[in-house]
Write a protein that binds this ligand. Structure first.
Ligand SMILES: [Zn+2]
Length: 698
């Protein structure tokens, strides 16, 4: 049997802004866990990524800032690249699509398809901004979505319903550059006739039975609408120029024409592999991956990229003829932030590099893996993050390591003690090593990273229980041999964890292995290193030295979490006021998911009269209110002080959530909640009701 070869890609990040945690959890962390795991198993892995540096949005940003598009991509390429490095992404190569190799590779790819007659040349009238002197492709034009009536749909896609669009389909289009109403002008472009290939694509998709149901579901819904032909070129001053010889043969003036960003971006995976090959002095080595039937090509992406990775790029590869097709596209859903959709324009985001300034990479990796949006959207909240690190990672893994290493160092002269006549309990604990290695492997292979992490942490939980039940602090006096066995087995558990958790927590595991004297790990350069299967058996030799290091998982202080929350709020408020001139077009928060009548009926809403209100000491946000509910008076702490003064509330009859569980806050308790209406700028107004206190609201 030949060694499986995995060519793994993560979606090319778009170089017009920094990465946020949603990106990290969507296309990057899962790919990195997968690659680290497969390398440990001894499989051949090539992990490729790079910055996507073309397209309209970069040009728009450059125009807005009065700099060149190259300035924009240089800035963000570097910021993204270094954030990835600090996050522990183990790319074999991180390229960029403004490189010479990429321009050449994608131009040649385009030429091959053109020579094979894969494109259809089409002249038609397109939207043109007479003020800017530009055709308005993609994001240069907004209008109303013909499908869902979202008034801010882009020329290539409606982000509200996900439909892919062409600019001429928009209702009431407007230029985003000049606000001008565009006019129609004639232009010629190369189209990829997706419609003509639909049947062939459908057959191929039907053979992908192992793909995630969420991914297949989305593809099939587009298929049932019928695939529309897509232009693969644009009239733009930024991008890979349409090859002059192709244009000449077609009798088209290629001036000002470039490849569509979604044509050239996925070819970026190929050109990044070529750069990797060049750099190791073997320029043709990329072919061993891209043009080798043994290769399993796996694209890790977010769900917004499914159409390009599951239909358009595979069709391009198929039409070219020399390339493998993707073996799997395990797309993730979206990550929300504190219960709201992430939004870069509203600055409702946590930037990866800034999060890495505040917390160790492994804390972010752990928390993001635990909530990874594998099958549905999930939510990142800072307080959950703090709890997860302190109550799970520190209390379980950190604690186990600390206890058994300290014991080994202080009671057994800094070496791993012997295992002598082990009990059934000892042997059962050692059996867990093989069980866990197998279970985690199965989960990672099926892209269930959350469950994989749970399985791995369960070994640490069992380790703690085993250690507690063994009571080595007692047996060290009464039965030294039993004590030695307990410490021996606990250390073996920790040793295996330093390998099993490596794909998830590479920095922590590296430190742990150096405390235990384990290493190095298996990799392409170190084929004889410690591998995945070694973790299924005891790794440590009795008598081998161990050392106490710095605490493995220091706890996070509450203040550090509160600081992040304050930062998020103030950045988003700043974005709101920066956007203020256009605040009339600021979107309201999207509608929450549908609930049943029974869900609603659980909420007991009452009319309450605010009889007293005052600012809370040491709090910028809270007002302390006494609220008369008719049958009793409640103390309610309302987070409204930045918008309302006590006088705005005193005497008002307002709506109160009366059956909300009391919440401890600022050393006291809030016994309910006042309902407020929030304006577009985040301003608040009390809801009022013309009824006696205590009246139910239905
Ligand atoms: Zn729509």
């Amino acid at each position: 049997m030949t060694t499986p070869r995995f060519l793994v890609t993560s979606a090319l990040p778009y170089a017009n802004g920094p990465l946020h945690l949603g990106h990290a959890a969507g296309a990057y962390l899962p790919a990195d866990i997968f690659c680290r795991f497969e390398r440990l198993r001894g499989n051949d892995v090539l992990f490729i990524c790079g910055s996507d540096e073309h397209g309209v949005a970069i040009l728009m940003r450059a125009r807005k800032e009065g700099v060149s598009p190259q300035d924009i991509v240089d800035r963000y390429h570097e910021r993204i690249r270094s954030a990835f490095e600090r996050f522990g992404m183990s790319f074999d190569w991180y390229g960029r699509t403004s490189s010479t190799i990429h321009r050449e590779t994608s131009a040649r790819f385009f030429e091959t398809l053109a020579d094979k007659g894969s494109f259809v040349l089409r002249s038609e009238e397109q939207l043109y901004d007479p003020e800017a002197g530009l055709f308005l492709a993609d994001r240069f034009v907004v209008g109303t979505c013909p499908k869902c009536a979202n008034p801010n749909a882009y020329g290539d896609q409606c982000e509200s319903c996900g439909t892919s669009l062409s600019p001429s389909e928009l209702i009431d289009p407007k230029s985003t550059l000049t606000e001008a109403t565009p006019v129609l002008e004639e232009t010629t472009h190369w189209y990829l006739p997706l419609g003509a290939h639909q049947e062939e694509l459908a057959k191929w998709i039907d053979s992908r039975t192992n793909w995630k149901p969420t991914v297949l579901g989305q593809i099939k819904s587009w298929m049932s609408d019928g695939l529309a032909d897509r232009a693969m070129t644009r009239d733009l001053p930024w991008g890979v120029p349409v090859p002059a010889n192709v244009a000449a043969r077609a009798g088209v003036d290629a001036t000002g024409k470039v490849l569509y960003v979604w044509f050239d971006a996925p070819i970026g995976y190929v050109s990044a592999t070529r750069e990797w090959a060049e750099q190791r002095g073997d320029p043709d080595a990329w072919k061993d991956w891209w043009q080798n039937d043994e290769t399993r090509l796996v694209h890790f992406i977010g769900k917004d990229n499914i159409v390009f990775h599951c239909l358009i790029f595979p069709l391009m590869l198929k039409l070219h003829g020399d390339f493998v097709l993707p073996c799997d596209v395990p797309a993730n859903e979206f990550l929300n932030l504190e219960g709201q959709k992430l939004s870069t324009s509203r600055n409702w985001a946590v930037w990866l590099d800034e999060a890495l300034d505040a917390f160790p990479a492994d804390y972010l990796r752990y928390a993001l893996c635990a909530i990874m949006p594998e099958t549905k959207d999930s939510d990142f909240a800072w307080r959950d993050f703090g709890n997860r690190i302190n109550n799970e990672l520190a209390d379980t893994l950190g604690n186990l390591v600390h206890r058994c290493v300290t014991f080994g160092v202080r009671t057994f002269d800094g070496v791993v003690p012997e295992l002598t006549s082990p009990s059934d309990v000892d042997l059962e604990a050692l059996d867990l090593l093989a069980h866990t290695t197998r279970a985690v492997a199965e989960k990672i292979e099926s892209y269930k990273f959350r469950e994989a992490l749970t399985e791995a942490m369960n070994l640490a939980r069992h380790g703690n229980k085993y250690f507690n039940d063994g009571e080595p602090w007692k047996t060290k006096k009464s039965d030294k041999e039993r004590c030695a066995n307990t410490i021996h087995v606990s250390l073996q558990i920790v040793a295996s964890l330093s390998v099993i958790l490596e794909p998830f927590l590479p920095f922590t595991c590296g430190r742990l292995r150096s405390m235990l004297g384990i290493g190095p790990l298996r990799s392409a350069g170190v084929p004889e290193g410690i591998g995945w299967n070694d973790a299924a058996r005891p790794l440590l030799q009795p008598g081998s030295p161990i050392t106490e290091g710095e605490p493995l998982v220091p706890k996070i202080e509450d203040a550090a979490i509160e600081e992040q929350l304050t930062k998020l709020e103030s950045a988003s408020r700043a974005a709101r006021s920066a956007n203020d001139p256009a605040s009339e077009s600021l979107p309201y928060a999207p509608l929450a998911p549908e609930i049943t009548f029974d869900d609603f009926a659980k909420i007991d809403l009452r009319v309450g009269r605010v009889i007293a209100a005052e600012k809370m000491k040491k709090s910028k946000k809270l007002l302390r209110c006494d609220v008369d509910l008719g049958f009793e008076t409640r103390q309610i702490l309302a987070g409204v002080a930045e918008h309302l003064s006590p006088e705005d509330l005193i005497g008002k009859t307002v709506l109160v959530v009366a059956n909300l569980a009391p919440r401890p806050m600022m050393g006291t308790e809030s016994q309910g909640m006042l309902l407020m209406a929030e304006g577009r700028r985040g301003d608040l107004a009390p809801t009022t009701a013309d009824q006696e206190p205590g009246a139910p609201v239905r």
